[in-house]
Design a protein around this ligand. Structure first.
Ligand code: PMP
Length: 285
């Protein structure tokens, strides 16, 4: 990904793609002092861009970092980056991180908070799973307790077990992994939230140990507008036996139906297909 044409916004300047480098003593590389956002621009407009910029600043605050740019400045930087690259449909990746400072150690009070905004063209996150349903592995790792780590932050450190779980899933021929949380409840996938359907009603895990995704919240609103009942609650793994349909939600994943999770099978049913289409229309409306 390093050797290509393009522009990346870094600390207030548009930098050539190949020159968008950091020093090896960047604090974030050693101690995971970084937070990020994933957003999608549809037909020239970033879906819920302001919400993403606000979440970026909030994630940073949870890690005791203050991003030296306002929400308005971050919004402008995102559109400047898209314009410089000539993109109207693209994925946007904002990353705030502690850079290299005068000293190197766990404490980062003297390490400046930096901001980079890149983007790329990114199609369907799970390939053709939108049609036939994604196959998920069950991760051996658990989403940690809110007493262990700030689970509401979209912080890089939380993704260490996501990468490991995704590798294990891919080695087993699956496209993603489902996590249970530290109590054993169904939680989320490595980069997406999860929903289930039973008897015409929707059940989704309560986001008290993982990211309450912007797509998740959007989909709940869309379901309620359709008059469909949505239960946000703790879900036990054994309940998956009785669920009929399942889908994932996320900025990159959008709404992707799930066909299998470990031993559990789901149909790519009418509601899963309908909500995927409704979401697709909604983000471009
Ligand atoms: N959980 C995790 C771990 C994620 O990485 C993402 C993607 N940002 C989500 C959930 C979904 O969040 P959103 O809908 O805001 O993209």
């Amino acid at each position: 990904y390093e050797d290509r044409d393009g522009w990346i916004w870094m600390d207030g300047k548009m930098v050539e793609w190949r020159k968008a480098q950091v020093h090896v003593l960047t604090h974030a590389l050693h101690y995971a002092s970084s937070v990020f956002e994933g957003e999608r621009c549809y037909d020239g407009k970033i879906f819920k861009g302001v919400e993403h910029s606000r979440r970026l600043r909030r994630s940073a605050e949870l890690l005791d970092m203050e991003i030296p740019y306002s929400v308005e400045e971050i919004e402008k930087a995102k559109y400047d980056m898209l314009k410089a690259n000539g993109w109207t449909n693209a994925y946007v990746r904002a990353l705030a991180y502690r850079g290299a400072g005068d000293e190197m150690g766990v404490s980062a009070v003297h390490n400046p908070v930096r901001l980079a905004i890149a983007g790329w063209e990114w199609g369907a996150y799970y390939g053709d799973a939108k049609m036939k349903g994604a196959k998920l592995d069950i991760s051996k790792w658990k989403r940690p307790s809110p007493e262990t780590i700030p689970v509401a932050a979209k912080a890089s450190g939380l993704y260490m077990i996501c990468t490991m779980s995704k590798h294990a899933a891919q080695a087993r021929g699956c496209s993603d992994a489902l996590f249970f949380d530290y109590r054993g409840h169904v939680a989320e996938a490595t980069g997406a939230n999860i929903f289930f359907v039973k008897d015409g009603e929707v059940h989704t895990p309560l986001p008290d140990a993982f990211l309450n995704g912007i797509t998740r919240q959007t989909v709940i609103d869309l379901l309620k507008q359709k008059g469909i009942r949505v239960w946000e609650r703790h879900i036990e793994p054994y309940e998956m036996e009785g669920f009929e349909q399942c889908w994932l939600t996320g900025t990159a994943a959008e709404v992707t139906p799930v066909g299998e999770i470990g031993p559990y099978a789901f149909e790519v049913g009418a509601l899963a297909r309908d909500i995927a289409e409704t979401y697709e229309r909604h983000v471009r409306a």
